[in-house]
Design a protein around this ligand. Structure first.
Ligand SMILES: [Zn+2]
Length: 140
């Protein structure tokens, strides 16, 4: 296996790891009533750091995602009928259409992600046109 191939497999393994962490962030964000797409992207960029940060953040109430238990105040899944913490019976509130969810993290990371992809494309094009196809062959 040559160096380029080794590098390629390392990059592939790194990307796979980042995707696993990003997916874990997404699941945890959903459980905590936080922005799933925003935290997925945060996991993709900041890896385990984002996951730890999210893990330390408290859960929040988000319509259709999570609600607070009327008995103990703990954040539980939206469709939970019994609180897993204190056992109180829970009701699922109706989603009010006028509630607008604010997702600042999502838009922030979407912009960062687009800039990142654009940068990769530009660097790829520079690399493609600047480096000769056969490094051993002298340029005419
Ligand atoms: Zn409870």
């Amino acid at each position: 296996m040559d160096e380029i191939q080794k590098l390629f497999y390392c990059a592939l393994a790194f990307l796979a790891f980042q995707l696993v962490v990003a997916f874990a962030c997404w699941r945890l964000a959903r459980k905590k009533g936080r922005d799933t797409v925003g935290w997925f992207l945060a996991g993709l960029f900041f890896s385990v750091g984002a996951l730890l940060w999210l893990w330390l953040l408290p859960g929040v109430e988000a319509a259709g995602q999570t609600k607070a238990c009327s008995g103990c105040g703990k954040i539980v899944a939206w469709r939970a009928e019994i609180c897993p913490n204190c056992g109180s019976p829970l009701v699922t509130p109706e989603i009010v259409a006028t509630i607008t969810l604010r997702r600042p993290l999502r838009s922030c990371f979407l912009v960062a992600f687009l800039i990142f992809v654009l940068l990769l494309v530009v660097l790829g094009l520079i690399g493609y046109f600047a480096v000769p196809d056969q490094p051993g062959k002298p340029i005419p």
